[in-house]
Design a protein around this ligand. Structure first.
Ligand SMILES: [Zn+2]
Length: 278
């Protein structure tokens, strides 16, 4: 939504009042991606994560007094209103930058991991690869230090640290982050099943949750996720195909201004989620 419209709506007080109403009664799922240490001047901001650690801190500070931050257990097994936090892709910076903030706010979250850059942290995701390579120095490792912060996946040690952390639940985000609706049946099943199997063998606990890369799903994709044994799956925009547990909509937060946050979590941007259990 246009910034000025956000501001105007904000100052009417309507999102605030509606938000106050929903905060007491309903729940939302929020979606984040990479959380960088800082912004890098020599790289276009469009190629960097939307949020830095300082940005995430502002957002958590805004959320904490307004909503209960729910664990996945509370989200799926109680009717408690509040917000469930999710982080997609499994970037290294989720462990280095987001986890310490989640600890300080005592905020549970699900980390959805893309397997290819856990087993090979520099095997960047398709969307980041061309950006990363265009700023890559063949001669200076120092000049490449930005890559760890912006583009690398978390390595196996980082994954295990997150998996063993009481605030973090690990979910799957496929092996290689494909557009699942465009994948052939073999690839579709392999991406969904094998990522679960690999993650479970590494972290030695069940992986019950899945997030569709880029929110891309349809009936076939949803069936493959159900058949793989996941308990629930997260989309971005729910297509409302009739399986609410496997198409949970999420609200991406990409800015820190209070008008934006008030509006996005007011229930006006997206209707609050009903209680859904297994
Ligand atoms: Zn993703």
């Amino acid at each position: 939504m246009n910034f000025y419209i956000q501001q105007i709506l904000f100052y009417t007080g309507i999102p605030f009042l509606v938000g106050k109403y929903w905060a007491q009664r309903k729940r939302f799922v929020v979606m984040f991606h990479g959380i960088s240490t800082r912004k890098y001047d020599h790289i276009p901001h469009s190629a960097q994560p939307h949020l830095s650690a300082a940005d995430l801190e502002i957002i958590l500070q805004w959320i904490k007094p307004r909503f209960d931050i729910l664990s996945p257990y509370e989200f799926f097994n109680t009717e408690k209103p509040g917000i469930l936090l999710t982080f997609d892709d499994g970037f290294s910076n989720n462990e280095t930058n987001a986890l310490p903030l989640l600890e300080s706010f005592q905020a549970p979250a699900i980390f959805f991991i893309t397997m290819q850059h856990v087993t090979h942290p520099r095997n960047w995701l398709p969307a980041t690869q061309s950006q990363a390579l265009s700023y890559w120095s063949e001669t200076s490792e120092v000049e490449n230090s930005f890559a760890v912060d912006l583009f690398d996946g978390m390595n196996v040690d980082q994954l295990l640290r997150c998996a063993n952390h009481p605030l973090i639940t690990i979910g799957s985000h496929t092996l290689s982050h494909p557009f699942l609706t465009q994948s052939d049946p073999f690839t579709l099943a392999f991406e969904i099943n094998e990522s679960k199997r690999l993650l479970e063998s590494l972290i030695r606990r069940p992986v019950d949750f899945f997030a569709y890369p880029t929110g891309d799903y349809n009936w076939t994709v949803m069936d493959a996720v159900k058949n793989a044994g996941y308990h629930a799956a997260f989309a971005v925009d729910s297509l409302e195909l009739g399986s609410p547990l496997f198409e949970i909509s999420r609200i991406g937060l990409y800015q820190t201004n209070f008008a934006y946050l008030t509006l996005k979590l007011s229930g006006l941007h997206r209707a609050p989620l009903p209680f859904i259990n297994f």
